[in-house]
Design a protein around this ligand. Structure first.
Ligand code: PMP
Length: 397
C-alpha cells in the first residue's frame, strides 16, 4: 500500500530550516523560520517561564488527563489577555475558550467546527498569508478563497482591493484576519481600516475568524488587540485562535487557545459542546505543561510583570533591528528605499526581494530568507548587519 505514494512537496519554510542546518559556512545568517532570536542569535527560555516552571515542578502532583477543553484558569486568563481585563464582554457568558495545542491546533479546531457544525463552506484568507492556513482549511473540507492584501510597488496594504474582494464574499462566508503583525507582510490595518472592515463584514454577514499569533510583538499587548476589540464591540459572533508560541517563547510546548463568541450563553453551551466533540476526535485533550506555565504567569503579579518586561525587550529589539537595517542599507549605498520596513509590525517583513535574489543570497552569501522575500527581522544582530546589508545591496544592484 505504501509503495506508490509520491513524496509530499517540502514545506516552504521548514524545508529552509533543514537547508540552513546542513550549511557549513560559518557566517551563515538565518532570516527564514519565524522564531524569535535574541542579540546573540539564540532563542532563549524567558526568565518568567523558568520561574513558573520551577513553581510547577514543586507543586504538580499528577499527570492525569486534563478535560477536553483544558484548564479553566487558562481559559479565563486567555480571554482577559485578548479583550482586556475590564472589558464587559468577559461578563456576558457568551465566550467559551478551549486550550489547544498551539495556535495551529486552535485553527484546526475552528476549521473542523465550522465545516462540520455550521453552514460555512468558504473561508477568505489574505493573499499572501501564512501558507499553513490553506493546508488547515482545505484539510477540514472548507473552500479557501483569497482577498488581495499587499501592494508590492508601494509596500503597503492594498485596502481598496481588500474591500473589493470581500464585497464579493457571500453571507455566511468566513473571513480570516491576522489580529496583528500580519504574517508574512508585517503590515496591519489602521484603526479606521479595522472599523471599515468590521462594518463591511457586519453588513454582509461574514463571520470573523481572528488568527492572533503575535499579541505583544507589534506595539504592545493592548495596542495589538485593537482590531479584535473593535470587532468585539459590534459583532455578536466570531472566533479567535490565539497562540503563546511567540509571546511566551513556548514554541515546542504547544500552548494556544480557541475562543468562540456566540450571541447568547445558551447558543454558546450547545456550540461549545460540538467544539469539544471535534477536539475529542482530534487529539482528545490538550497537553498541560505550556498552558500551566502561561496560567501561572498570568495569575501572578510578580511573574506577569517580569514577563511583560521581557516581552517589551523582544519588541524593542525587533524595532531596533528594523531601524538599524534600514539605516545600514542606506549608509552602504542601497539604491532602493527600504524605509517602509520601519513601518511594519512584528517579526516579519516583506522585503521586496525577488525569488531570484533570495536564491542568490542563499547560494552566494549563506543568507536564508523565504522565497516570497519574507525576512525574519529577529534573525538580525548588530554583528551580522553589515554583511547582511552588503549582500543585499550586491544582489539588488
Ligand atoms: N498563525 C500564524 C499567522 C503564524 O505565523 C503561526 C506560527 N508560525 C501560527 C498561526 C501557529 O502558531 P503555533 O506555533 O502556536 O501553532
Amino acid at each position: 500500500m505504501f509503495e506508490s505514494i509520491p513524496a509530499a512537496p517540502a514545506d516552504p519554510i521548514l524545508g529552509l530550516a533543514d537547508l540552513y542546518k546542513s550549511d557549513l559556512r560559518p557566517n551563515k545568517i538565518n532570516l527564514g523560520i519565524g522564531v524569535y532570536k535574541n542579540e546573540t542569535g539564540h532563542t532563549p527560555v524567558m526568565v518568567s517561564v523558568k520561574k513558573a516552571e520551577q513553581q510547577l515542578l514543586e507543586t504538580e502532583t499528577s499527570k492525569n488527563y486534563l478535560s477536553i477543553e483544558g484548564y479553566t484558569a487558562y481559559a479565563q486568563a486567555s480571554q482577559r489577555l485578548l479583550f482586556g481585563a475590564g472589558n464587559p464582554i468577559l461578563e456576558t457568558q457568551c465566550l467559551n475558550t478551549a486550550q489547544t495545542p498551539g495556535g495551529t491546533g486552535a485553527l484546526r479546531v475552528a476549521a473542523d467546527f465550522l465545516a462540520q457544525h455550521t453552514t460555512a463552506k468558504r473561508i477568505w484568507v489574505s493573499n499572501p498569508s501564512w501558507p499553513n492556513h490553506h493546508n488547515i482549511f482545505t484539510a477540514s473540507g472548507l473552500d479557501v478563497a483569497t482577498y488581495t492584501y499587499y501592494q508590492p510597488e508601494t509596500h503597503t496594504l492594498d485596502f481598496t482591493a481588500m474591500l473589493n474582494a470581500l464585497e464579493s464574499a457571500e453571507a455566511g462566508d468566513v473571513v480570516l484576519l491576522h489580529g496583528c503583525c500580519h504574517n508574512p507582510t508585517g503590515i496591519d490595518p489602521t484603526l479606521e481600516q479595522w472599523q471599515q472592515l468590521s462594518e463591511l463584514m457586519l453588513r454582509k454577514s461574514l463571520l470573523p475568524l481572528f488568527d492572533f499569533a503575535y499579541q505583544g510583538l507589534g506595539q504592545g499587548l493592548d495596542d495589538d488587540a485593537q482590531g479584535l476589540r473593535l470587532f468585539a464591540q459590534s459583532h455578536q459572533e466570531f472566533i479567535v485562535c490565539s497562540s503563546y508560541s511567540k509571546n511566551f517563547g513556548l514554541y515546542n510546548e504547544r500552548a494556544g487557545a480557541f475562543t468562540l463568541k456566540t450571541t447568547t450563553p445558551q447558543a454558546g453551551s450547545a456550540a461549545f459542546s460540538q467544539v469539544k466533540a471535534v477536539i475529542r476526535a482530534n487529539y482528545s485533550n490538550p497537553p498541560s505543561h505550556g498552558a500551566s506555565i502561561v496560567t501561572t504567569i498570568l495569575h501572578d503579579d510578580t511573574l506577569r510583570a517580569i514577563w511583560e518586561q521581557e516581552l517589551l525587550e523582544v519588541r524593542q529589539r525587533i524595532q531596533r533591528m528594523r531601524q538599524l537595517f534600514v539605516q545600514t542599507l542606506q549608509e552602504k549605498g542601497a539604491i532602493q528605499d527600504f524605509s517602509f520596513i520601519n513601518k511594519q509590525n512584528g517579526m516579519f517583513s516583506y522585503s521586496g526581494l525577488t525569488k531570484e535574489q533570495v536564491t542568490r543570497l542563499r547560494e552566494e552569501f549563506a543568507i536564508y530568507a523565504v522565497a516570497s522575500g519574507r525576512i525574519n527581522i529577529a534573525g538580525m544582530t548588530p554583528e551580522n548587519m553589515s554583511r547582511l546589508c552588503e549582500s543585499i545591496i550586491n544582489v539588488t544592484r
